[in-house]
Design a protein around this ligand. Structure first.
Ligand code: GLC
Length: 633
């Protein structure tokens, strides 16, 4: 059994189960580590697969809200393990766990009070390892949230730091004599906080926080903080995690005269982190949470030497905008303004997550429009956005939900599904903060929605019980039994998506079309990069970058044409497919061939919110269509 390093221990210093004296002295500075036995268990590794995150479908899961195995009212890691059958059946590839660390839970666990262990309500390190083992055995990877920017004010580091100006952690956080410094830095939670500074009477100084005032920011100018947080990364990767979502990563440094976002020092730190991860933990992934404009976002990929993945924040509200306006413009505009990303990097794209539908990266006019369209009651506002789940945002319109998922699953990037949205679960806007969208997963029509057998009053949040979205109406058991359910639909479309690598790794070309309600594009295989100069054969002809790559029919490596009707009414579209002339579009849900693409425009009619995914086949052959449905061949 491997001996994982302790926090803050360099690989070269690794000694085995009995740490040397200096090491033991250092451990004392990290309270969480004192609870660890000398040798910790390590999970089975996931099957190696370079670039796996580019071909994966992610599933974001709130452990506390998924399944309660010990009936204490909160979901736990044992519960998550018990539901792996379901997740495997659904067909997701990587789970993203929201923070599972000890926390006073004043910000859903993003207020961490110990980075080196698990919140006792959720289980233990052993439970995590058992869960990772089982997930990896099934080919499912697991990443977890890592909050590098701040801690809870209850964290012993901060308790010490705030106690005086001269303790050993006095400069682990960002302190100042007044609250006037860095006035250009915006307040993120504008509806709750009025300043990024809060006064600490014991020091007679102010501390810096980009989020809640109970979440002081760590001071990354201090090398001890950097080394300690890198130790946190090593700790969890040693245990077997497949990577991290790096929470709130743009705010790690501050500088005079700047907004304190996306600073060069932050990128430098991420490069260092990536170097460390690449050197010791190949095949793991760093996913940046940076709610920024595309031009700033791409910097988080660096030259392929920072994060492997990055959430495409500006795309998300525009998906909702486009379907409400029934026009593709918000989408084509943002995609046109999205720069190319380095090879081996990938966007993470999503419809909803555990936070509000953020409206930070839209114009003021667009924000007003989104609020007018999607906020029926002022209670639905959260921070700068809207605290609702997917289904209620769409007024429960299933066809519209299918359309949005069809775009999510075919646009460039790896899709992230938020737990419960595969059922079209609802929300509870009467709950505080973003708890509106964090209610228990609905497994069955039984007590507490099959989530827990604890008394109702003991549950971490009440399950939904309303007649439209309550657990009696919306639950896994019923939808698994009904082949026409939304759950079955999503599972089937994921199965189709899985057969086509182009959705994860292919190129993206918009298809022009006069009808503004129709949004069409082709995802095509990227030709392999030409060999480096010296290695080219004298007469070899390199493929032109624009050349469509021809593949045998039905192998899943052909270009895929995706056509979406953003309107609630049926639409006709004339698509410019000249580049694909001679190919036959085969519709992927039924493998039904359509008319061959000719020299002029290609006509398609779509029902309300309808969509088609077509494989563009060079030649039709037996097996590329469904006999009997696909016509005589
Ligand atoms: C991230 C999390 C959010 C949290 C914030 C502050 O944005 O997604 O839930 O409130 O960080 O920790």
């Amino acid at each position: 059994m491997a001996v994982p390093r302790r926090p803050n221990q360099r690989r070269s210093e690794q000694r085995g189960p009995v740490a040397g004296r200096p090491e033991r002295r250092r451990q004392g500075r990290f309270p969480g580590s004192l609870r660890l036995p000398g040798i910790r268990p390590v999970a089975l590794p996931a099957r190696e697969a370079a670039g796996w995150y580019r071909r994966s479908v992610f599933y974001e899961v709130l452990t506390r809200g998924f399944f309660d195995a010990n009936n204490d009212g909160a979901g736990d890691l044992a519960g998550l393990r018990a539901k792996l059958d379901y997740l495997e059946w659904l067909g997701v590839d990587c789970l993203w766990l929201l923070p599972y660390y000890p926390s006073p839970m004043r910000d859903g666990g993003y207020d961490i009070s110990d980075f080196f262990t698990i919140h006792p309500q959720l289980g233990s390190l052993d439970d995590l390892v058992a869960f990772l083992d089982e997930a990896h055995r099934r080919g499912i990877r697991v990443i977890a949230d890592l909050v590098m920017n701040h801690t809870s004010e209850d964290h012993p580091w901060f308790v010490e730091s705030r106690s005086s100006r001269d303790n050993s952690r006095a400069d682990w956080y960002v302190w100042n004599d007044d609250d006037k410094r860095w006035p250009e830095a915006r307040v993120v939670f504008v509806d709750v906080e009025t300043s990024n500074w809060t006064f600490e009477p014991k020091r007679g100084q102010y501390y810096w926080h980009r989020f809640y005032s109970h979440q002081p920011d760590l001071n990354y100018e201090n090398p001890e903080v950097v080394e300690t947080m890198f130790g946190v990364v090593r700790f969890w990767l040693d245990l077997g995690l497949d990577g991290f979502r790096l929470d709130a990563v743009p705010y790690l440094f501050q500088a005079d005269g700047t907004t304190g976002e996306n600073l060069p020092e932050t990128h430098e730190l991420l490069r260092l982190l990536r170097k460390e991860v690449d050197a010791v933990y190949p095949d793991r992934v760093l996913l940046a949470e940076a709610n920024q404009w595309p031009s700033d976002l791409v910097d988080y990929f660096g030259d392929g030497d920072e994060c492997h993945m990055c959430f495409h924040f500006p795309l998300m509200p525009r998906l909702f905008m486009a379907v409400r306006r029934e026009q593709r413009f918000p989408l084509t505009e943002i995609l046109t303004h999205t720069p190319e990303i380095p090879k081996d990097c990938q966007w993470a794209i999503f419809l909803r997550n555990h936070d509000e539908l953020t409206l930070e990266k839209v114009s003021e006019e667009e924000r007003d429009y989104m609020v007018a369209e999607y906020v029926k009651d002022p209670r639905m506002r959260r921070h700068l956005g809207i605290g609702r789940r997917l289904a209620p945002l769409l007024d429960g319109n299933r066809r519209l939900a299918e359309l949005l998922y069809a775009m999510l699953f075919s646009l460039p990037g790896s899709p992230v599904i938020y737990y419960g949205d595969e059922l079209l679960m609802g929300d509870n806007v009467y709950l505080g903060d973003r708890d509106s969208v964090r209610t228990p997963m609905q497994w069955s029509p039984d007590r507490n929605g099959g989530f827990s057998r604890a008394d109702f009053a003991q549950l971490y949040l009440p399950p939904l019980m309303d007649p439209v979205y309550g657990y009696e109406a919306v639950n896994v058991e019923a939808q698994q039994r009904n082949p026409s359910s939304f759950l079955h639909w999503i599972r089937s479309i994921l199965q189709i998506r899985r057969q086509f690598d182009v959705f994860g790794t292919g190129g993206f070309d918009l298809v022009s079309c006069a009808n503004p309600s129709v949004f069409a594009y082709v995802r095509s295989p990227v030709p392999p990069a030409p060999p480096p100069e010296g290695k080219r054969k004298a007469k070899a002809r390199d493929p032109k970058p624009q050349d469509p790559v021809s593949q045998p029919p039905g192998t899943g490596t052909n270009p895929v044409l995706c056509v979406h009707n953003l309107s609630r009414f049926a639409q006709a579209a004339e698509l410019d497919l000249v580049r694909w002339a001679g190919r036959t579009p085969v519709e992927l849900l039924g493998r039904v061939p359509f008319a061959q693409v000719g020299g002029g425009t290609y006509g398609v009619t779509l029902g309300p919110y309808g969509f088609f995914w077509f494989e563009l086949l060079e030649e039709l052959s037996q097996g590329s269509v469904v006999p009997g449905i696909g016509g005589a061949l």
